[in-house]
Design a protein around this ligand. Structure first.
Ligand code: KG4
Ligand code: ZN
Length: 337
């Protein structure tokens, strides 16, 4: 069995995965959303202290598996350094204590493997990763070969939902709130720009759209003076612009890539409006659409454990003294995961 730990942002999570049949035996996550809600975003120092309380609390529940553990896996990048370190400290201690290997897991690769918690592995695969920290299209050939084809040059999709929600006074995390409100709104009421619409760049950009939303909020008299219908209409118009932007750039990649399987992962992949737009796009381009079960879209240790199974088979271990949160030059340059 492998014990996996996730603490890259505001979710404390631990999972136990069986090595021989890849079954998820235990999984628990304590979300800090409520604690950060009043700030309209994650406060790293607070998140770190909450992990220090929640992780040991969850670990207690996994004691029965300790004698059968063959490895410890932990998210070591990317993420908030102070929160990553909470999980890493626990993982190092467990690996040394039980004298078993330590597996470092790249958080975004974990999101990709969220697809395979309840399904067989599908490679090669094109992946749209939309989370709170990243917006990328990745070509995944196999466990070792993952190449970034397009990335955001500024904000991520999840972040833009969070910031727009904050501007309208909706709370945090903004994604589910904006999506729910948009259901009652008119997506054609506000004229918002579709990012990079006339640019040949195959990349994503959300900060200009965010600014356009800010101007609309001001035009409505500020968040305090907006009516609930204003908020719903602006949510719907914003979500539509995000969708059109993602689709436009994805189409350019679809036209060039022969890979038949396409997946959407990450916290914002829970968005049904975006999912259904991709279903239509995949039909148009004759691609198969894959999504992770809703429970595994946002951050969780089950996906870290699933990735760790393949890493364990490859003996991709790291010395507990050497595990770090520093990224390689190629990763920093945004070329490789
Ligand atoms: O993957 P995730 O849990 O954490 C990161 O790795 O960043 O993603 C969290 C992000 C948040 O920004 C949240 O607002 C967004 O995912 N999100 C959504 C939805 N549910 C969560 N965005 C749009 N629509 C949703 N339904
Ligand atoms: Zn994530």
């Amino acid at each position: 069995m492998i014990l996996s730990i996730e603490s890259s942002c505001d979710d404390s999570s631990i999972a136990i995965t069986q090595i021989d049949n890849k079954k998820l035996l235990y999984h628990k996550k304590i979300s800090q959303e409520e604690a950060h809600s009043c700030y309209g975003g994650v406060v790293p120092e607070l998140a770190s202290r909450l992990h220090a309380v929640a992780l040991p609390e969850i670990l207690q529940e996994t004691k029965q598996y300790f004698s059968k553990l063959k490895a410890i896996a932990v998210t070591n990048q990317p993420g908030l350094s102070v929160t990553l370190l909470e999980g890493i400290a626990m993982a190092k201690t467990l690996a040394v204590l039980h004298d078993i290997p330590l597996i470092p897991v790249h958080h975004l690769k974990g999101h990709i493997y969220s697809l395979f918690i309840e399904k067989e592995v599908i490679f090669p695969l094109l992946v749209l990763l939309i989370s709170g920290g990243h917006t990328q299209i990745i070509r995944v050939r196999d466990f070792h070969h993952m190449e970034i084809l397009a990335t955001s040059i500024d904000d991520s999709v999840g972040e833009s939902f969070d910031k727009c929600a904050k501007m309208m006074g909706l709370g945090y995390p903004g994604g589910p709130l904006v999506e729910a409100l948009a259901l009652q709104g008119d997506e054609n009421r506000f004229d918002l720009p579709i990012p990079l619409r006339h640019s040949p760049l195959i990349a994503f950009s959300l900060s200009g759209l965010k600014n356009a939303v800010r101007l609309k909020v001001e035009a409505c008299g500020g968040k305090e003076n907006m009516s609930q219908q204003d908020r719903a209409d602006l949510s719907a118009s914003f979500q539509k612009a995000v969708k059109l932007h993602l689709l436009q750039k994805s189409k350019k990649i679809f036209a060039k890539e022969s890979i038949k399987d396409f997946a959407i992962v990450g916290g914002a992949s829970a968005n049904v409006y975006i999912r259904s737009a991709y279903l239509t796009l995949c039909q148009e381009f004759d691609k198969n659409l894959h999504v992770a079960p809703l429970a595994y879209c946002s951050d969780n240790a089950a996906m870290i454990g699933r990735y760790a199974l393949d890493a364990y088979a490859q003996k991709a271990f790291v010395n507990p003294h050497k595990i770090d949160i520093i990224r390689t030059k190629k990763q920093q340059a945004g070329m490789l995961l």
